[in-house]
Design a protein around this ligand. Structure first.
Ligand SMILES: CC(=O)N[C@H]1[C@@H](OP(=O)(O)OP(=O)(O)OC[C@H]2O[C@@H](n3ccc(=O)[nH]c3=O)[C@H](O)[C@@H]2O)O[C@H](CO)[C@@H](O)[C@@H]1O[C@H](C)C(=O)N[C@@H](C)C(=O)N[C@H](CCC(=O)O)C(=O)O
Ligand SMILES: Nc1ncnc2c1ncn2[C@@H]1O[C@H](COP(=O)(O)OP(=O)(O)OP(=O)(O)O)[C@@H](O)[C@H]1O
Ligand SMILES: N[C@H](CCC[C@H](N)C(=O)O)C(=O)O
Ligand SMILES: [Mg+2]
Length: 485
């Protein structure tokens, strides 16, 4: 592809460089291949412009960045926002995208909403995929991904491939990092969803306002002008998100108890727990629906309604969409029942931030007639401020707390646990997660319930720079099978 064709008019390209043939795109000098266009990006740890020489040495035929460089040996494209230019170039270079794409943002629930939206579309007969924290899930390929919102090159390569596979419908997660770093600016988004907002990623965003502003980019800048915005209406921040969507002229579908059931909204009229399912009464366009949602956890109602809204907002028939909710399966490790001991259920959940931990403990309270036990930790090299907050939430919402390790990374694991324990009176400290799980299960008596929080679908324990194989699912299965409990 010609260099000129990869940029919009705001990029300055010397006329003699316009026809340079670009064979690939790269943002990492260590991954540059001959023929690549290298984007020099200012990052959080270093600055890509320091690696321009290395990129040229590796075969880069052109460089793009916001400051002209002395590199001189290959053409340099000056563009005011290189990260956004990269996203648009990636969309041009890998041109195919599923015809219908929905994105979801919010502090919690993105992975679940993306999975639910894919399942609803699938049931309605569309070839569907989802991309996010648990990777790419599509009929022809399932690929683990390390980022919630992949970088634009990986993202558009994947969109192009799955479209070639026949995928027509895609739901994907828009993380605040992804939005802030313009990773998804090249995607044609027909509908965007918003779940909720609470403390997260305070190691990246300077404050909550910056965090919310990143999320609002989905509605302010990215959804197609004739697209839909599906917004959970039950939070303090909901009016602000709805306002942003209305200002853009998007079709707003509010969902939840505060939504308007007479019109576009999906109103939650009532909900009751029945075993491991919930019965919902809904109203949409003045019609009433009764649904059995086969999922544990009040928060899954919000996720299911946002997913339903995304399907309706992209043209699916409401009654078929609501009927599909009766078949939803939770995403792996999201308040997932993984076994029982002495008749007490054991759940694995990905709650690794304060609000999620509170919500999942509250969701399990109805299943613990006696004691609710929780095992959790906090990641190293991540927001340290959340540790005591999570400790206090566990102490308040559970009857027995075991603090353990969850990806200590470069930090001292005992120090992370100590920060949690300081706010969790009476908690037990068991660093080794396998031992903690054994102890939690051994403590179970009839009428109890156990929550193992923080790792969800993860299959490794990150200690230092090593990823040691570990899964909560396997640790539970091993403890139950070995009858050590
Ligand atoms: C903090 C963050 O978001 N970092 C992301 C960002 O890296 P960066 O640009 O800040 O990297 P940097 O190390 O400062 O380097 C700057 C530039 O120099 C380049 N470089 C660097 C060294 C070298 O030798 N040569 C070279 O060319 C780098 O490739 C980069 O382009 O852009 C990179 C490319 O897109 C991402 O891989 C990287 O994600 C890192 C690995 C990461 O851990 N991100 C996490 C925090 C993240 O994005 N999480 C969110 C949210 C999770 C959730 O809530 O679910 C996600 O979407 O996954
Ligand atoms: N709507 C919700 N409200 C509050 N908590 C939720 C909600 N949905 C999920 N959770 C909690 O958050 C955890 C993560 O859920 P999920 O993976 O769907 O969200 P996410 O936004 O993708 O999270 P992440 O950013 O970590 O990938 C769940 O295991 C549960 O504890
Ligand atoms: N068990 C994990 C969760 C990480 C979730 C990820 N989305 C992030 O915060 O970057 C940890 O704390 O290491
Ligand atoms: Mg996710």
């Amino acid at each position: 592809m010609k260099l000129r064709d990869l940029f919009s008019d705001d990029a300055a390209i010397e006329p003699q460089a316009e026809a340079v043939d670009v064979k690939g795109l790269s943002v990492d000098s260590r991954a540059v291949k001959p023929g690549d266009l290298f984007f020099a990006l200012a990052g959080s740890k270093t600055d890509g412009s320091r690696f321009i020489d290395a990129a040229i040495q590796a075969g880069a035929v052109a460089i793009a960045g916001d400051r002209p460089s002395q590199a001189g040996r290959v053409p340099f494209v000056v563009t005011p926002n290189p990260r956004r230019a990269l996203a648009l170039a990636a969309a041009t270079f890998y041109p195919r995208q599923p015809a219908t794409t929905a994105a979801v943002t919010g502090t919690s629930g993105k992975t679940s909403v993306a999975a639910f939206t894919r399942q609803i579309w699938e049931r309605l007969g569309h070839v569907s995929a989802s991309i996010g924290t648990i990777g790419l899930v599509s009929p022809k390929r399932t690929v683990y991904g390390s980022l919630t919102t992949p970088d634009p090159i990986a993202l558009h390569k994947q969109l192009d491939e799955i479209t070639g596979d026949g995928v027509t419908h895609l739901a994907f997660e828009a993380s605040s990092h992804g939005l802030d770093q313009f990773r998804l600016d090249g995607v044609r988004i027909a509908a965007g969803g918003f779940t909720n907002l609470s403390r997260d990623h305070m190691d990246y965003h300077p404050d909550e306002a910056h965090y919310l502003a990143a999320k609002l980019r989905l509605f302010r800048d990215l959804i197609a002008p004739d697209g839909a915005a599906v917004i959970s209406a039950d939070h303090d921040c909901s009016p602000q998100v709805i306002e942003a969507a209305r200002t853009r002229g998007l079709r707003v579908i509010a969902v939840g108890g505060n939504a308007d059931g007479d019109g576009e909204g999906i109103r939650l009229v009532g909900a009751s727990v029945e075993g491991f399912a919930q019965n919902l009464a809904l109203e949409h366009r003045g019609r009433n629906y009764t649904i059995r949602l086969p999922l544990v956890g009040e928060f899954q109602i919000e996720n299911a309604l946002v997913a339903a809204g995304l399907a309706i907002g992209t043209g699916s028939d409401p009654s078929a969409v609501f009927a599909a909710l009766e078949h939803l399966e939770g995403a792996k490790g999201r308040l997932e029942w993984v076994g029982e001991h002495n008749g007490a259920p054991i759940f694995v959940d990905y709650a690794h931030k304060p609000d999620a931990l509170a919500k999942s403990l509250q969701a399990l309270r109805p299943y613990a007639k006696r004691k609710l036990i929780v095992i959790f930790g906090a990641g190293g090299d991540r927001d340290a401020g959340k540790r005591p907050i999570m400790g206090a939430i566990a102490a308040e919402n559970a009857d027995q707390v075991i603090v353990t390790d969850d990806n200590p990374r470069s930090e001292n694991p005992a120090a992370i646990r100590a920060a949690i324990l300081a706010a969790a009176k009476g908690a037990t400290d068991i660093g080794d997660r396998t031992e903690a799980i054994k102890a939690g299960i051994a403590a179970l008596r009839p009428g109890d319930a156990l929550l193992i929080a923080g790792k969800g679908h993860e299959t490794g324990q990150i200690v230092g720079d090593k990823v040691l194989p570990f899964s909560d699912h396997e640790a539970v299965a091993a403890a139950l099978a070995a009858r050590v409990v």
